[in-house]
Design a protein around this ligand. Structure first.
Ligand SMILES: Cc1ncc(COP(=O)(O)O)c(C=O)c1O
Length: 424
């Protein structure tokens, strides 16, 4: 374990906020993380020093344009994209998926088939369902196994046909925590002539992303899940972006990626995203040396960011091991995800539980009484809770530690859960 929390935690001002004299315990990270100084400073700088629209002929607009270019370049390194022209910013991942449904529609004909897994956040399901309805496409579902919480990849043999044109796959589930074999699935869809759209929103804070290595066609994540501000960031292959139809104003850019970035973009959001990449790079440089992996296709920044994310993931495994061990020990509590420590490389630390007869909202409220923040419900993974038979039972309670949480916070959470279960 090489992460030094004494250096990390003071960088996050929110970790020091107290309510009624009690420090907050943030375990709601799968829904959104807190931000470090690097992000706040970049956003503050943007709003104070270069708060102008892009492309003009005066000082602030020139600085704003340079900042936005730097943010695109940083995210190109984050994803190991071929160029910053492949990086499209948008308000969030959901909006970006809808942008692509419009832009891609002309590539499909009635009767073409698309595959969407049953493990998706609705942001990677409904846009494609709506597209299928509009274009007369056949929507097929790839199930996950309710015994081991992993996608039924063998089912792909039945689903893939010569009409398969597209598949939407999540990198990691925001409810089960499962990390999927995205590379393997992409290669099978590609062999059948289809395109792949990867939702990496939940994976991005917990591991390095390399779009070249994955062999996908689109990939999206949201900076607010990896310590940045509310901002979505899409990657797509340049030659594919060239083929898509942008829904744009006559007056806006015809270049890449500008033609997919409709309207005035969030300068402060892009500045903060750059700050999040700065932060991950710093973690890699200062605490990730042992996690560096030589790869000639990576820039120095990609290599540092990826090392930082690996260092974080390694530490997070100690938190999820303690959390899961504790939760499986409670009578009748079901952990909906991988619980075997030998398989933890296949999961992120997002851990959901239910208990027959228990209202998840009651447990979340009891935890909040002690300053511990967790989500209850379906967390927009509607298909997942339906498939698990929990949709009419209030869904799950979801615990999501991340690299700034401590083992003491996990132990305290387990104590509060134990107390709640004893009383209910
Ligand atoms: C796996 C996953 N996909 C998509 C989204 C939606 O992201 P956004 O809020 O940026 O639209 C989320 C948000 O929680 C998510 O966890």
């Amino acid at each position: 374990m090489s992460l030094n929390l004494d250096h990390i935690r003071p960088l996050f001002p929110a970790l020091d906020v107290h309510d009624h004299g009690r420090r907050r315990t943030y375990l709601d990270n799968p829904a959104g993380t807190q931000v470090p100084r690097q992000v706040i400073d970049r956003m503050l700088h943007a709003l104070v020093h270069c708060n102008a629209n892009m492309g003009g002929n005066f000082t602030t607009t020139r600085e704003a344009t340079a900042l936005v270019d730097s943010a695109h370049a940083a995210m190109a390194d984050f994803y190991n994209a071929n160029s910053a022209r492949e990086i499209v910013f948008g308000p969030n991942s959901t909006s970006l998926a809808f942008v692509i449904t419009r832009a891609i529609a002309h590539l499909f004909n009635e009767g073409d088939e698309i595959i969407v897994t049953r493990m998706e956040h609705d942001a990677n399901a409904s846009p494609w369902r709506i597209l299928a309805e509009e274009r007369g496409l056949v929507l097929k579902r790839l199930d996950f196994d309710r015994a081991n919480y992993q996608l039924n990849v063998e089912q792909l043999d039945e689903l893939i046909t010569d009409r398969t044109r597209f598949a939407a796959i999540n990198y990691a589930s925001n409810l089960l925590g499962t990390i999927n074999d995205v590379k393997g699935i992409c290669s099978r869809i590609r062999a059948a002539g289809g395109l792949t759209y990867i939702d990496a929103v939940q994976y991005a804070p917990h591991g390095p992303i390399d779009v070249q290595e994955l062999g996908c066609d689109f990939l999206v994540s949201s900076a607010y899940k990896f310590y940045g501000p509310h901002q979505g960031v899409l990657w797509a292959r340049e030659e594919l972006l060239e083929k898509l139809h942008p829904y744009k104003l006559r007056v806006s850019s015809n270049d890449l990626p500008g033609r997919f970035e409709t309207g005035t973009q969030s300068l402060e959001g892009q500045a903060g995203t750059l700050g999040a990449v700065d932060y991950l790079e710093w973690v890699g440089q200062t605490m990730g040396t042992e996690f560096k992996i030589a790869n000639r296709s990576h820039t120095e920044r990609t290599s540092n960011v990826h090392a930082g994310l690996r260092a974080m993931a390694s530490y997070e495994e100690t938190l999820s091991t303690r959390l899961i061990e504790g939760l499986v020990g409670f009578d009748d509590v079901i952990v909906h995800g991988i619980t075997d420590p030998a398989q933890f490389a296949k999961r992120v630390p997002t851990v959901s539980i239910s208990k027959p007869g228990m209202r998840p909202a009651d447990m979340a409220t009891a935890l909040d009484d002690k300053g511990i923040f967790v989500w209850d419900g379906h967390s927009y993974a509607l298909d997942v809770v339906e498939w698990l038979g929990l949709a009419d039972k209030g869904g799950v309670v979801r615990f999501g530690p991340t690299h700034y949480n401590t083992i003491e916070e996990i132990d305290f959470t387990l104590e509060v859960v134990a107390d709640f279960l004893r009383r209910s």
